[in-house]
Write a protein that binds this ligand. Structure first.
Ligand SMILES: C[S@@+](CC[C@H](N)C(=O)[O-])C[C@H]1O[C@@H](n2cnc3c(N)ncnc32)[C@H](O)[C@@H]1O
Length: 376
């Protein structure tokens, strides 16, 4: 990386004051990065050491340095706690946080990490499952080469492990639940997935320098916090201008079938579990199905949101709408479409009808909708 830096410095100093030189330096740097990313890393987790310059202590804001297989804070020299090879830069919310549910939700997921890895005994089986989900497959195909990705609330890291199998990107994935992270890192270590790193953090106090990532993903997470909009704002700060943010949330209408089933299950018990297609499979993959049951029907805290509400956040915090699943204008989602190609946000009526269709079609995937935006 010395050569591109040298060229850029020369241009920065005005010795050769020309934009073309800077472009050239960027191209050389990207090429060098691509080569470096193809080199196998000695072990899963080494990626975080490479990216230590992005890390910040969530309380003091100190820089974090890689040191003897671990991390230390640059000013105080304090060691970052490590558990089973997972660094913890977790800090709780301030006492002033109204309606904080972090500890409640954290203990729920420590007890029942989601989703479970039952049945995924290889890279191929995880990859096959991710591809069946279409969204993950499109992401894998369409993420620009060299992207630096943050997944906030990665749970057991199935999406991040899938994306981290490719040398074409680097993924940092974090969650507040250590048991989930152990499963995530265990899978990465066992299957030698090198382009992903896991750490413990609180998404309200993300331990990274601002404007660092090309893509920030948080799927099925913010609706389990005490302040969904505040969580969105907090992770958005870590996205570079021009980068994309992808959030998945329970929809106010699409979630209703799950809530009705929840009430029925409580009243009439397991004999009605057949109403949920995933619960019918209970016998063959008990741990995975249990994780789904707990997450959908026994969760201590969830909120519901609308497409209009998220468009309001986009507007307030400088994000342009790009795409949504389902489409906001009511058109069909195609399995080979451009995830990052700008689409219409539709009208108030088309959005209402799209959400109503989520309800009418039985609330697949627990009534989750995905919104993709680009930071200005
Ligand atoms: C339903 S799981 C989703 C996991 C993963 N994104 C997926 O789609 O499979 C929600 C996750 O959000 C995490 N979470 C909730 N609040 C969080 C917070 N404040 N900071 C970090 N993680 C959080 C939970 O620990 C849990 O693992």
């Amino acid at each position: 990386m010395i050569a591109p830096n040298l060229v850029r410095n020369v241009a920065d100093e005005g010795v050769i004051g020309h934009e073309k030189i800077k472009d050239f330096a960027l191209q050389v740097e990207n090429a060098a990065l691509a080569v470096a990313m193809r080199e196998p890393r000695p072990q899963a987790g080494a990626l975080l050491e490479e990216l230590a310059a992005l890390l910040r202590d969530p309380v003091s804001g100190e820089r974090v340095l890689a040191h003897e297989g671990g991390f230390v804070l640059a000013d105080s020299g304090r060691a970052v706690p490590m558990t089973d090879g997972i660094p913890s830069l977790f800090a709780p919310n301030d006492a002033s946080f109204q309606g904080d549910v972090t500890e409640l939700v954290k203990s729920f997921y420590e007890e029942t990490p989601f989703p479970n890895y039952d049945g995924f005994d290889s890279r191929t089986s995880l990859s096959n499952k991710a591809r069946r989900g279409v969204f993950a497959a499109l992401l894998d195909e369409q993420l620009p080469e060299g992207s630096l990705v943050l997944e906030a609330g990665c749970g057991t890291g199935q999406l991040s492990n899938f994306l981290g199998m490719s040398w074409r990107r680097r993924v940092i994935a974090g969650d507040m639940c250590l048991n989930s992270l152990r499963l995530a890192k265990g899978f990465a270590d066992q299957h030698e997935i090198r382009n992903v790193a896991f750490l413990q953090f609180n998404l309200f106090r993300p331990p990274f320098q601002d404007n660092s990532f090309d893509l920030v993903i948080s799927n099925g997470v913010l609706h389990h916090t005490g302040d969904c909009e505040g969580g969105f704002r907090s992770i958005l700060a870590k996205l570079k201008p021009g980068g994309h943010i992808i959030i998945g949330l329970y929809n106010s209408q699409g979630r209703l079938p799950t809530l009705w089933k929840r009430a029925l299950f409580r009243a009439l018990g397991p004999k009605l579990y057949f109403l949920d297609p995933r619960l019918r499979d209970w016998g063959s993959q008990p741990e995975r199905v249990k994780a789904w049951f707990m997450d959908q029907y026994r969760h201590p805290h969830e909120t519901k949101h609308s497409m209009d509400e998220v468009l309001g956040w986009f507007e307030r915090y400088g994000v342009d709408f790009v795409n949504g699943i389902p489409h906001l204008d009511g058109s069909n989602f195609s399995t080979n479409e451009g995830l990052f190609a700008k689409r219409s946000a539709g009208s108030k009526l088309s959005r209402f009808m799209t959400e109503f269709n989520m309800l009418a079609s039985g609330g697949a995937d627990g009534g989750l909708f995905i919104m993709i935006g680009r930071k200005r």
